[in-house]
Design a protein around this ligand. Sequence first.
Ligand SMILES: [Zn+2]
Length: 129
Amino acid sequence: MIIKFKHDENKRLSKNFTSNEFQSHDGTGGFVDEDLLIKLQILRTQVGKPITVTSGYRSIEHNKIVGGEQDSQHCEGTAADIVIDGLKPLKVALLAGRIGFTGIGLYKTITHVDVREVDDPNDIDCWEG
Ligand SMILES: [Zn+2]
C-alpha cells in the first residue's frame, strides 16, 4: 500500500517516522510504500537509535537533478537512503538484509534500502556505489 502525503504535512507514519522525512527535496510532497515504512521501523526499533533519511521519495524532476537512475525506486516511494549515527553503512546494510529489504546499496556515507519486487523473495539486489 502506498501512503500519500503533502509537502510539510508532517504526518506521523509510524512510531518514529513522519512524512517530512520522506518528502521530495524539491517541495512536492510525495508518497511512501507501507512495506518500506514497516521495515524501516523494525530497523529503528532494533538499533534503538534515530535513523536519518537523507533521501526518501523523489519526484521525477528531482530525481533527474540529483542524477538518480531513470527507474529509481525513490520515485516509486519504495526506497530510502539512510544514515544511523555510530553505525557504518556496511553494518546498516547487513542489518537491512536480515530484515528483508530486497534492494540494498552500499555507499561511502549512506546505505540505500528498498523494497523492490523480486521474483525470489530470498534474493537481494545488492550493489556498491
Ligand atoms: Zn537510494
